[in-house]
Design a protein around this ligand. Structure first.
Ligand code: MIG
Length: 685
């Protein structure tokens, strides 16, 4: 059940789907929590709440924190925070949704407020929770259910069903920020094919543009883009390109000229300008429908070159510096002397990415200040890109990712976790960040495999590639000034291990895609915590170095150097799929040498595999083998065309299968794909 509560004057919510909200009142003072006080003062609304148990709290999106979000404070104000560490907050996304795990039930709380907001989640350990919201009030949804699954399903339905990515979005993807030209780009694709190393997508970062101007080519380096797309598409390679919101202020530049009326203004009526990659830029006001329409047309035109998807970056919005910042800087620095000591350094910190004075000055078309709706800026940019892709081809699924996000982003695209670093500490952190994004309703999510900043080493790259093989989005990406980290960067020995890893990924595509699509229909994340499947076992509530991909695969990545075996908690008996060894329920030590990422098929569950190919073609899900473990196993296999919106009108195959005493039986065969019923091979472990 979903209950809605309005505190103070709440006119800033974003949820459209209020039809599923219960009309009856939840007794606020129930046995799990009590609201103590609500007040509005000095421009802030504050709620104090007492929790009646010490059980964990999960949620809050991509925050840099343990899986259990208790005993810490959080700020929601989307910010480009490129070198994040445990003290970095806020960062790129805002997901003010958390769940309290209780033995008898699970309770979700979603504060639907896209402006500046802070949560204190029991930082003193006394069970007190505090919301501090800039503004006169807010809306909160309280969602009750038997377990995490029931709560997540309702939350996702409330904020919007996920738009399905195409099937090829589950293939391996390669990216790198740095100087690029047409030949180099095609050569990268050829290298993958020569090596027989599976790959589906290559990315173009900001260097493909002319002076970083959005929707332009650097014509010197890309003289014949149409030809390039043709070559790549023939090789089964898709191309996604970066889109930045900042539009260069330049006379006669078509995007700037056609966009003049759609840019953000300041409260003095002037255009808001700041510096990003192209130098002086203006920013579209994506919260206005007219602006989105104009941007969608630009995206549509641009896509016609042959792009298969887009990567929406810098949309927090990230602003390097403004004229006001510089004036302030000149003024402040005039009188600064060495005698000021530390004060001088503090002034530096207030500038650039650190200084946010403009957020009070920008007004959006709907008369809201930027600080009131900052957290949906990136979502609405992605919304506009989605509309643009639809304009170009309405029957195809758009392939989009965004760095900044707020609940509802999943209606338009997926996300990546932003600029992580090539650190072991970030490798393990990504497990809980991606799992938490799933709990917050965003099912297509990944991280920069190998790490974006800093220099990777071969062992770390291998372990990152192994984790990536089991994340929904599998993209290796890095910054221009770091060690190269394409799979061949460290020679044959490491290349062979990574190739083996990527082939394992491709062999599970029928299962991964089936679970992803069933998840879209049912509102279940593909990448999930163990507690999502085994809620009744509280030992799963805190596990953050293990996860599940779909309902049958348990994955235990290695996140420290030098490791050759690791402890794994199994909520059920299972078979480890590298060694085919059986393990019993409970804690186990499992071999995990450098070429192994332990992953298990749980008893009573089934997976689907096939022979790996170089890329995900239309007939990828042929020759599907069902693998089961247990005396009686039931599962569902889903298949569709992988690229169109047909799934929305049930154009799919859905076979409900039971394997009992060595025999396979169909409980239901739903086939609306216009294909003959498929045959399966069966393997019983
Ligand atoms: O200020 O486009 O997160 O993936 O490679 C850095 C260059 C801008 C940040 C993105 C990253 C991308 C980079 N961008």
């Amino acid at each position: 059940m979903i209950f809605r509560h309005d505190y103070g004057i709440s006119d800033n919510g974003t949820v459209e789907n209020n039809s599923i909200v219960s009309k009856t009142e939840l007794k606020v003072a129930n046995q799990y929590f009590t609201d103590l006080e609500f007040k509005t003062e000095e421009g802030f609304s504050k709620l104090r709440r007492k929790l009646n148990s010490d059980n964990p709290i999960l949620g809050l999106g991509d925050k840099i924190a343990p899986l259990n979000k208790r005993q810490k404070k959080y700020t929601f104000f989307n910010t480009d925070n490129p070198i994040h560490h445990p003290g970095s907050d806020p960062i790129y996304k805002s997901f003010p949704f958390y769940m309290l795990l209780e033995r008898e039930c699970c309770i979700g709380f979603f504060v639907d407020y896209p402006g500046f907001m802070q949560f204190d989640i029991d930082s003193k350990g006394d069970g007190i929770l505090e919301y501090k919201v800039r503004g006169r009030g807010f809306t909160e949804y309280i969602i009750t259910g038997e377990d995490i699954k029931e709560v997540v399903r309702q939350f996702t339905e409330l904020t919007g069903k996920n738009a399905a990515m195409p099937q090829w979005a589950f293939g391996y993807q390669q990216s790198r920020w740095g100087e690029i030209d047409q030949d180099k780009f095609v050569k990268t694709a050829e290298k993958f094919r020569e090596l027989g190393f599976p790959c589906d997508v290559l990315y173009l970062d900001i260097d493909h543009m002319e002076n970083y101007k959005v929707f332009t080519w650097n014509k010197e380096n890309f003289p014949k883009p149409a030809e390039m797309f043709e070559i790549l598409h023939k090789m089964g390679i898709k191309v996604s390109a970066i889109i930045d919101p900042g539009v260069k202020v330049e006379k006669d530049y078509h995007v700037f000229e056609s966009g003049r009326e759609y840019f953000l203004k300041k409260n003095d009526g002037e255009d808001f300008e700041g510096a990003v990659w192209p130098g002086r830029v203006r920013f579209p006001d994506y919260t206005s429908a007219e602006t989105r329409k104009w941007w969608a047309e630009k995206v549509c035109e641009w896509k016609k070159y042959g792009f298969d998807g887009f990567w929406n970056d810098m949309n927090e919005i990230a602003v390097f510096i403004t004229d006001d910042d510089l004036d302030y800087l000149r003024e402040e620095f005039k009188n600064l002397t060495v005698e000021h000591g530390i004060e001088a350094l503090v002034k530096f910190g207030e500038l650039g990415l650190g200084r946010k004075a403009y957020e009070d000055k920008i007004v959006h078309g709907n008369n809201k200040a930027h600080w009131e709706i900052k957290n949906i800026y990136g979502r609405e940019m992605t919304h506009a890109a989605y509309d643009g892709c639809k304009l170009e081809n309405n029957s195809k699924r758009p392939f989009l990712i965004s760095r900044s996000a707020y609940p509802g982003i999943q209606k338009y695209g997926g996300v990546w976790t932003g600029d992580n670093s090539s650190w072991w500490e970030h490798l393990i952190l990504e497990v809980n960040r991606i799992a938490t994004m799933g709990l917050c309703g965003v099912f297509y999510c990944g991280c920069d495999v190998g790490g974006f900043g800093d220099n990777v080493n071969p062992e770390l790259l291998v372990r990152f590639m192994q984790l990536g093989a089991f994340t929904p989005m599998y993209r290796n990406h890095s910054s221009w000034n770091t060690q190269n980290q394409e799979p061949w960067a460290f020679g044959q020995k490491y290349l062979d291990i990574m190739k083996k890893t990527v082939k394992i990924r491709y062999s599970y595509i029928p299962y991964i895609y089936s679970e992803y699509m069933l998840g879209i229909l049912n509102n279940d994340p593909l990448f999930r915590t163990l507690s999502y499947e085994y809620y009744k076992d509280p030992r799963t509530w805190y596990l953050e170095d293990q996860f599940m991909l779909g309902n049958a695969l348990l994955v235990a990545p290695v996140c420290r150097p030098g490791v050759t075996e690791r402890a794994v908690y199994l909520p059920e008996d299972a078979v480890e799929l590298n060694s085919m060894e059986k393990y019993s329920k409970g804690w186990n030590m499992v071999p995990a040498g450098l070429d192994v990422i332990p992953h298990f098929l749980l008893k009573g569950r089934m997976i689907f595999r096939t022979e790996p190919k170089d890329f995900i073609s239309e007939n990828y899900s042929e020759n599907v083998e069902i693998i089961v473990y247990g005396d009686k196993v039931q599962g569902i296999f889903y298949e569709d065309d992988g690229i169109t919106e047909g799934y929305r009108t049930k154009k799919y195959i859905k076979d409900t299968i039971i394997v009992e005493k060595g025999k396979l039986r169909f409980i239901e065969r739903f086939n609306n794909l216009g294909k003959s019923d498929r045959e399966y091979k069966l393997k019983i472990l």
